[in-house]
Design a protein around this ligand. Structure first.
Ligand SMILES: NC(=O)c1ccc[n+]([C@@H]2O[C@H](COP(=O)([O-])OP(=O)(O)OC[C@H]3O[C@@H](n4cnc5c(N)ncnc54)[C@H](O)[C@@H]3O)[C@@H](O)[C@H]2O)c1
Length: 380
């Protein structure tokens, strides 16, 4: 389906043009938590679990721009309803949402009854590695349990297509770099990492058993950045566990200083290496994955790395941040943090060849967008 909204807009054109759906595509929406405002008619609907979260909200934008209607379900356990306002301003239109837990079968049934879904993207999960070690059952119940409920509901309603959020954490410290999809997974370092491995295994089993189920797991490397409008971005609750929110919070003065965990690793400057991928490029990978599934025969499973193919050290990230923000970052070198992988970056040839996906944003683009998002948050 060709949609009138333009795709792949750069940051400048976003500023210049407003996304306005033509009135012929509007319908009145009463079955979800939207106002009496109108919504897009005849657009294929994609359920986004965890759609109010960091990656889900950016994927909602990408889907609308590509002509789909995302339906969000989120319990707001790790997000804020203000995200929905951000989406509304970016899209000039509300995105319908259901407030609730994906483990709630009755809710999921209601949702699948009320909407004819083309497919599902399953983001909803808990993702704090440290917390998962302290309360593993919370992670197994939510991350594994919600996938099972979702798959059972999809089977009941004949919805076949699913894109699942996995993680490069399944590789641990890989024996080969860059990491290919065929690189063996390692024992998980945390219950969180283990839930991703278990979920991947469940998906393989399901595609082997249930005719017609078409599933892709995307193994994300390190998502960073924000929408260039600075209306949505990462919203870490409490002290951020990831580098970039810590960097931007230090830059804006919320944190006094950033500690770099170790500078004696076997890397160019001794600090850990990661593959940082702009969240909008990641969102685009979900779109490409969904569309790739469309013409696949029944019972299909595949998995793809989603990264840039480049690794950057922590000190390179700090230098790039200082360049784009014009701020000198207050940081110190501390001891290694237990459980940190020394270096990991993706081989992206498979996703590039099969899905036709390549990242469009640089590290600097992503850091600029993260910084502008942080500045916008500071004004709130
Ligand atoms: N951000 C990363 O660095 C990263 C890396 C690899 C994989 N992932 C995976 O990507 C997915 C999305 O990550 P994110 O960074 O957007 O996280 P996020 O916490 O910002 O988004 C997840 C959303 O899911 C919601 N949620 C959680 N459990 C739910 C439930 N049972 N029912 C309904 N809603 C629920 C939360 O409120 C939140 O809005 C997760 O599965 C995560 O494990 C993230």
């Amino acid at each position: 389906m060709v949609h009138p909204l333009s795709r792949g807009k750069d940051r400048d054109s976003f500023e210049k043009e407003k996304l306005t759906p033509p009135s012929s595509l509007l319908l009145s929406q009463t079955d979800t938590h939207t106002s009496s405002n109108s919504l897009y008619l005849k657009m294929e609907k994609i359920l986004i679990t965890g759609g109010a979260g960091y990656i889900g909200s950016h994927t909602a934008v990408t889907l609308v721009e590509a002509g789909y209607l995302p339906i969000i379900v989120d319990d707001f356990s790790n997000s804020d309803k203000s995200v929905l306002n951000g989406l509304k301003t970016i899209l000039n239109q509300e995105v319908p949402y259901y407030e609730g837990d994906c483990n709630d079968r009755a809710l999921m049934k209601r949702l699948f009854t009320e909407h004819s879904l083309k497919g599902v993207i399953h983001f909803a999960a808990n993702k704090a590695v440290g917390e998962s070690t302290a309360v593993p059952l919370k992670y197994y119940r939510n991350n594994v349990g919600s996938l099972v409920v979702l798959l059972e509901t999809m089977a009941e309603f004949g919805v076949t297509d699913l894109v699942f959020s996995s993680s490069c954490t399944v590789y641990g410290q890989p024996d080969e770099l860059p990491v290919k999809e065929t690189t063996p997974r390692k024992d998980a370092e945390s219950p969180y990492g283990n839930t991703k491995k278990i979920c991947e295994d469940i998906l393989v089993d399901v595609t082997k058993s249930a005719a017609g189920t078409r599933i892709i797991s995307l193994r994300y490397f390190n998502p960073i950045g924000a929408h260039p409008s600075a209306l949505i971005g990462e919203l870490p609750l409490g002290v951020p566990a990831n580098l970039i929110p810590f960097v931007t919070q230090t830059g804006v003065g919320i944190r006094e200083k950033l500690t770099v965990f170790g500078n004696d690793y076997d890397t160019p400057d001794g600090t850990c290496v990661r593959d940082y991928i702009h969240v909008l490029d990641l969102a685009d990978a979900h779109l490409k994955a969904l569309e790739y599934l469309t013409d696949k025969p029944g019972s299909f499973y595949d998995l793809f790395n989603v990264g840039t193919g480049n690794g950057n050290t922590v000190l390179e990230v700090i230098q790039a941040f200082e360049k784009v923000s014009g701020k000198a970052l207050n940081y110190q070198i501390g001891p290694r943090r237990p459980g940190d992988v020394e270096k990991v970056w993706a081989d992206t040839s498979k996703i590039s060849e099969k899905l036709g996906w390549t990242p469009k944003h640089s590290l600097e683009d992503a850091l600029r967008d993260s910084w502008n998002w942080q500045l916008a948050l500071a004004k709130k």
